[in-house]
Design a protein around this ligand. Structure first.
Ligand SMILES: Cc1ncc(COP(=O)(O)O)c(C=O)c1O
Length: 379
């Protein structure tokens, strides 16, 4: 048995060596505080932060002034959703989102509901897609924000962001997207939306740093009050090495997006066809919808396969779709919304490939899984 194969890149990615190299001097050499505007240490740090801001803005096709560095996607989501809700409560108190969003979005919406806001959670079909007409008819005079993720972290399903954003924005309603899983895997621009968030550690950058894009007309209060950093939107001394890493990772991810995506799509499709050829009855959630090129959400066949995940997890690092054998309560809300049963969720896993994944990795991983299913079925 060789070392475990990492196929959980949607959970997190390693830092790219080129990114780390750019970050290192900002720990030990250029350690100034970017807010220290009276000496060269501060100037150097500030210049590096602004260079990173420009890298991100260029990659997203927007102006650097609209980019705020955060601690990650969760913070960006909290700042945007709670901020818009509070700043524009005078216009209305209705928000629309989707049942399959990340916990950060659903959590913000739940908090706002407790504070008297109304939230519509749009359903998805079996393929994980929202219905444009249902979205349109959910909008009311009270709606201030629609938040729809670009790509789902569990299934990779892609929503038609440009189309729905145009429809929502034409009604004078803010449109936000969580693009955390999309950056570097599919082309992403922030031009069509009012707010966009993403995270460094999903794109071969460091953990603990993220990006929040806000269009000029979106004015939100600070989530963290402090020394006025980030144009007053986020108090606290900037994480300079992290931000430098974020800028570099972002630029690399976007410039290599097409090549990386084509390679990963080829490997993911091979992985799925190898499994299909050996395991009749296997299913892939979201397979009929547009999907991220690196993600495969697999329902293994056979009633006994609930134990499959535990038995193959030591050799292949993947994400199970169920926390434990505790039925609906422990099951993925994303799969539940797509009509997957609690029993099926127990034998479902997310396999997510990365730029370092090789054909040997995916063939070996598929082999481990096929052997585990056969062994369990024969027992
Ligand atoms: C789609 C999506 N949104 C938000 C997040 C949260 O990101 P962070 O860890 O940077 O807060 C994640 C990470 O799991 C994610 O996959």
């Amino acid at each position: 048995m060789g070392p475990a194969i990492y196929l959980d890149y949607n959970a997190t990615t390693p830092v790219d060596a080129r990114v780390l190299e750019k970050m290192l001097p900002f720990f030990t050499e250029h350690y100034g505080n970017p807010a220290s505007d009276r000496h060269p240490f501060g100037w150097a740090a500030n210049a590096a932060v602004e260079a990173a801001r420009l890298q991100v803005a260029d990659a997203l096709g927007v102006k650097p002034n609209n980019i705020t560095f955060t601690s990650g996607a969760s913070e960006g989501i909290n700042t945007a959703i709670k901020g818009i809700a509070r700043a524009y409560a005078g216009r209305g108190r209705h928000i629309v989102t989707v049942q399959t969003e990340h916990a950060a979005t659903l959590g913000c919406c739940a908090t706002l509901e407790r504070q008297g806001y109304n939230v519509t959670y749009l359903p998805v079909d079996q393929d994980g897609l929202i219905d444009r007409a249902a979205l349109e008819s959910s909008l009311t005079d009270e709606t201030i924000l629609v938040s729809v993720m670009w790509a789902n972290n569990e299934t990779g399903v892609l929503q038609p962001i440009a189309d729905i954003a145009a429809m929502v924005r034409a009604r004078g309603i803010f449109f936000m997207t969580d693009a955390t899983q999309a950056i570097g895997k599919v082309p992403v621009t922030a031009n069509d939306v009012d707010a966009l968030v993403c995270s460094g550690h999903k794109l071969y950058g460091p953990k603990g740093v993220g990006v929040l894009y806000l269009r000029e007309r979106v004015r939100v209060p600070a989530l963290v009050d402090g020394g006025g950093q980030e144009r007053g939107l986020r108090g606290g001394t900037l994480n300079v090495p992290g931000i430098v890493g974020m800028g570099e990772a972002f630029a690399l991810a976007c410039s290599c997006c097409a090549d990386n995506a084509a390679r990963m799509r080829g490997l993911r499709d091979t992985f799925e066809s190898v499994l299909c050829a050996s395991l009749p009855g296997i299913r892939f959630n979201g397979q009929r919808a547009p999907r991220l090129p690196n993600t495969s959400n697999v329902i293994f066949p056979g009633e006994k396969c609930e134990h499959l995940l535990m038995s193959s997890l030591s050799e292949v690092a993947i994400s199970p779709a169920s926390a434990c054998a505790s039925g609906i309560a422990g099951m993925s809300h994303v799969l539940h919304a797509m009509g997957v049963t609690a029993g099926e969720a127990l034998r479902t896993a997310r396999i997510s490939l990365g730029i370092a994944t090789t054909e040997e990795d995916i063939r070996r991983a598929a082999g481990v899984m096929i052997a585990a299913v056969r062994q369990l079925e024969a027992a």
